[in-house]
Design a protein around this ligand. Structure first.
Ligand SMILES: [Zn+2]
Length: 338
């Protein structure tokens, strides 16, 4: 089969790789229906994260089950399935508590920009649809496997509630999905922080009521202006930089909550500042598996369409162009079709 391999910053190649095989009785092999490039793939691509030896890339997938190990009974060959970037047995104590992305048997996916993928912990990780979904739903279901699930978690972690005011920091795919989540969870006012017009437009379409283009102290001041001078009830931090985290913490009102889902890079939090702010803080890799049945249903019934975050579609063999387009911010998110 063929798949993406990163060799060095800026150097992703599409190469022939060994076909994945069942290694454990809990594995499944899927044939990729669609996959994509994630904003977090840009960290190694930009040389911010060490790459080490050349290795495959990709952690988002939906596909058709090809083969299952002897202990997998929940899905069978031929079914269409959605999973999460963090695999989970869905039975351990952490899974039962709803924190499947901290499963005691968790394995992070890392080989999904390929024709076929091995899924560890398949029994607990994969959710099958009743029938094969129409092609138009594939981008939305793929979004659910990562960015929409993550935006949903950001909104829950920020304790978005009906009638509240929510701020979304970050206009990448996760931030835009965070806008959808805030609207679905009943936020009355949704302030999207974005400087890019196409993304501002999509944020509005997804439910944003206000756009703040300013950043840093100016951005915080604008949010304060819009929230009676005290800040927002809920803030979704969807970037992961020190600047974005500062913006998020200072945009929340006393007693408000920040949900942070951008993988932190060089983020340091001042304990005294946090202490005196009365702001609640929860983040981490989203327990996407917990939300899959609900979010898949919202997509398949047409209630939400997070698939719109994909504004570039490429054949999988042009995966390198997908990275480049996202790195240069020519695309929000690249969809790849085998
Ligand atoms: Zn578990």
């Amino acid at each position: 089969m063929r798949g993406a391999v990163i060799h060095a910053p800026g150097d992703v190649r599409f190469e022939t790789l060994d076909d994945p095989r069942i290694l454990h009785p809990t594995d499944a092999i899927i044939r990729t229906a669609v996959t994509c490039v994630c904003g977090s793939d840009l960290w190694p691509y930009r040389g911010v994260e060490a790459i080490g030896d050349p290795h495959p890339m990709g952690h988002e997938y939906v596909g058709f089950v090809e083969e299952v190990g002897s202990e997998v009974t929940s899905v069978k060959p031929g079914q269409f399935v959605v999973g999460s970037f963090a695999t989970s047995d869905n039975t351990c104590a952490n899974c039962r508590n709803g924190w499947q992305s901290n499963c005691l048997h968790r394995e992070f996916m890392s080989t999904c920009q390929a024709d076929y993928v091995r899924i560890p912990n398949a029994q607990g990780t994969l959710v099958a649809t009743d029938e094969h979904p129409a092609d138009e739903f594939l981008p939305g279901l793929l979004a659910v496997s990562d960015v929409m699930g993550t935006g949903w978690y950001a909104a829950l972690a920020a304790e978005v509630k009906p009638g509240c005011t929510a701020v979304v920091v970050g206009d990448g795919a996760v931030g835009l999905c965070g806008v959808i989540a805030a609207r679905e969870l009943g936020a009355e006012r949704i302030i999207a922080m974005s400087r890019h017009e196409p993304r501002q437009n999509l944020a509005r379409e997804f439910g944003a009521t206000d756009i703040v283009a300013e950043r840093g102290d100016e951005g915080i001041a604008r949010v304060k202006d819009l929230t009676g001078g005290i800040g927002a009830d809920s803030v979704l931090e969807c970037v992961g930089t020190a600047e974005a985290m500062q913006q998020a913490l200072q945009s929340a009102r006393p007693g408000g909550n920040v949900g942070f889902v951008g993988v932190p890079h060089e983020v340091a939090i001042d304990g005294q500042e946090l202490f005196f702010s009365h702001v609640g803080l929860r983040g981490g890799p989203a327990p996407v598996r917990r939300y899959l049945p609900d979010l898949m249903d919202r997509v398949l019934t047409g209630r939400i369409n997070p698939g719109k975050v994909f504004d570039l579609t490429l054949p999988l063999d042009q995966v390198a162009e997908g990275y480049q387009a996202m790195d240069e911010r020519r695309a929000i998110k690249a969809l790849l079709t085998p």
